[in-house]
Design a binder for this molecule. Structure first.
Ligand code: GRF
Length: 201
């Protein structure tokens, strides 16, 4: 299976997926890591691991539609079976999402449907929830609303700050995202007509 990973920054989830793929010898390869920002730190890790990298700079496109068309063309050069959004900080247009229906995953740092959008850790602290976490989901046209594949929960502690809470959540992201991607490349995870199926045999 060919995987294309999209990042915008640090790329720690991408790194966790690359490391798990190598350590566990998944039937898959990372065909490319693509960023909308040339300064994304994760590009260096990918290049250092012999993974092709590309940058499609969103600022150079006049519209979301034009950017998404260019991004789609770049992604499709690698004939992906799966597109993995890993801290990719762009809102995607409906045609782009439709093109990858059932083969594009995202990770969001909250227990969806709680706290969609940005600043999830601050939102969780402000809401006073006792539990927070992360969600892997298939991407659909509505931002942060696709069908859930996997969630991990962590406690919110009395002294938590955005930094301590986000670190606790990120550690779990690095567990659940590789697991979900592995299910997909092993043909155990599908989405059909909006319903997620996982074969746990
Ligand atoms: C993660 O918290 C992810 O859930 C969110 O953006 C962050 C990306 O971190 N979508 P990294 O680039 O994977 O380190």
């Amino acid at each position: 299976k060919n995987i294309v990973i999209l990042i915008s920054g640090r790329g720690s989830n991408m790194e966790a997926i690359v490391r798990a793929l190598q350590a566990e010898r998944w039937p898959a390869r990372i065909a490319a890591v693509i960023s909308n920002r040339a300064d994304a730190a994760g590009l260096a890790f990918a290049a250092g691991h012999g993974i092709p990298t590309a940058v499609v700079p969103n600022k150079e496109y006049a519209s979301r539609e034009a950017f998404d068309a260019a991004l789609q063309a770049e992604i499709d050069r690698y004939a992906p079976d799966l597109v993995v959004l890993a801290g990719f900080m762009r809102i995607l247009t409906a045609p782009f999402v439709a093109h990858y229906a059932g083969r594009m995953l995202n990770i969001h740092p909250s227990l969806l449907p709680l706290f969609p959008g940005l600043g999830t850790h601050a939102q969780a602290l402000a809401a006073g929830v006792r539990e927070h976490g992360a969600t892997v989901h298939f991407v659909t046209a509505e931002l942060d609303h696709g069908p859930t594949v996997l969630q991990a929960a962590v406690p919110v502690l009395p002294d938590d700050t955005v930094e301590t809470l986000s670190a606790r959540v990120l550690e779990q992201e690095h567990v659940i995202y590789p697991r979900a991607v592995r299910w997909f490349v092993e043909d155990r995870l599908t989405m059909a007509r909006g319903a997620v199926q996982v074969n746990h045999q």
